[in-house]
Design a protein around this ligand. Structure first.
Ligand code: SAM
Length: 268
């Protein structure tokens, strides 16, 4: 039982939808402890954590350990060949922490528009935090096509989306030039659903076969131009994903960072 507590994920389901119904059944059995997917990320605990992180980044975004993901490096490269303004959509971006990291890296922020797509609760907290910053805004749905988007970014968040294929198709119909995905739960494993423990809730999540994930995105008219093994911290240190409770065939050692570029020749 002691090792049980260190398990971040449990269960292998054919799909995340099956994982979700199992979590619902479990929560009814345990009388009403909510397992709604969004509820965990709308809890005060997560909102407060985001506010604390945002304050720290605003004070010193270059402190050791503040850096995350790959957006600032990708953006620095992208800016070499592009005229500003640049518009970035960040799905699941919390309290726009990535914006604060870009700011700390001294990218030309006055020409960058940064829009976070988050839960309504995080959006409210974000609007209050950034009330004097007109370059950052928050919304809880994808915008409709027509607006020019340069970069669609989603770090460690796509695996919570039930219909990920439909979501990606919608996101890419906005025609961003780059799709930047740090921390994708994909590797040489089968695609399956599982349940993530999060402060008493069980969140349905996807694990993907990496080739399948890439071929879905490529089928939407994007080429994979970068693949990197991502670093992630569990229990306070950078380590492999703690998945010893899964069959060997389903253990993912590391998440990956993926970047896709719109294939304009194919979409012309
Ligand atoms: C694990 S956190 C990742 C936060 C940040 N991107 C990072 O890499 O540290 C996942 C985020 O996705 C957001 N999220 C999950 N499902 C969502 C949905 N359907 N719509 C909007 N945001 C969602 C959550 O609110 C949460 O802030």
């Amino acid at each position: 039982m002691r090792t049980q507590r260190t398990h971040v994920w449990a269960g292998v389901y054919r799909t995340i939808q099956e994982a979700a119904s199992d979590a619902r059944r479990g929560s009814v059995a345990s009388k009403g402890s909510s397992s709604r997917r969004s509820s965990s990320f709308e809890q005060q605990r997560w909102v407060q954590h985001q506010i604390e992180e945002a304050k720290k980044l605003r004070e010193d975004g270059n402190r050791p350990g503040a850096s995350r993901g790959i957006l600032k490096e990708v953006l620095a490269g992208y800016l070499v060949g592009h005229v500003t303004p640049i518009s970035i959509l960040d799905f699941g971006g919390g309290l726009a922490l990535e914006y604060l990291r870009l700011q700390a890296a001294r990218l030309p922020m006055k020409n960058i528009r940064f829009c976070v797509i988050e839960t309504p609760t995080i959006c409210r907290a974000g609007r209050a935090f950034f009330r004097f910053e007109e370059r950052v805004n928050f919304r809880s749905t994808l915008p409709s096509a027509g607006r020019r988007i340069n970069i669609f970014h989603a770090a460690n968040s796509l695996h919570y989306v039930l219909d990920w294929k439909k979501f990606l198709a919608r996101a890419l119909s906005l025609k961003p030039e780059l799709l930047v995905l740090p921390g994708v739960m994909a590797g040489p494993i089968p695609t399956f659903g599982s349940l993530q423990s999060y402060y008493g809730n069980r969140l349905p999540v996807w694990f993907w076969n990496e080739d399948e994930f890439i071929s879905v995105v490529e089928g939407l008219g994007y080429d994979c131009v970068f693949r990197n093994q991502a670093e992630a911290r569990y229990f306070g240190r950078v380590r492999d994903l703690p998945m010893s409770n899964f069959p060997r065939s389903h253990r993912l050692r590391r998440k990956c960072d993926l970047v896709f570029r719109r294939n304009t020749a194919r979409q012309a």
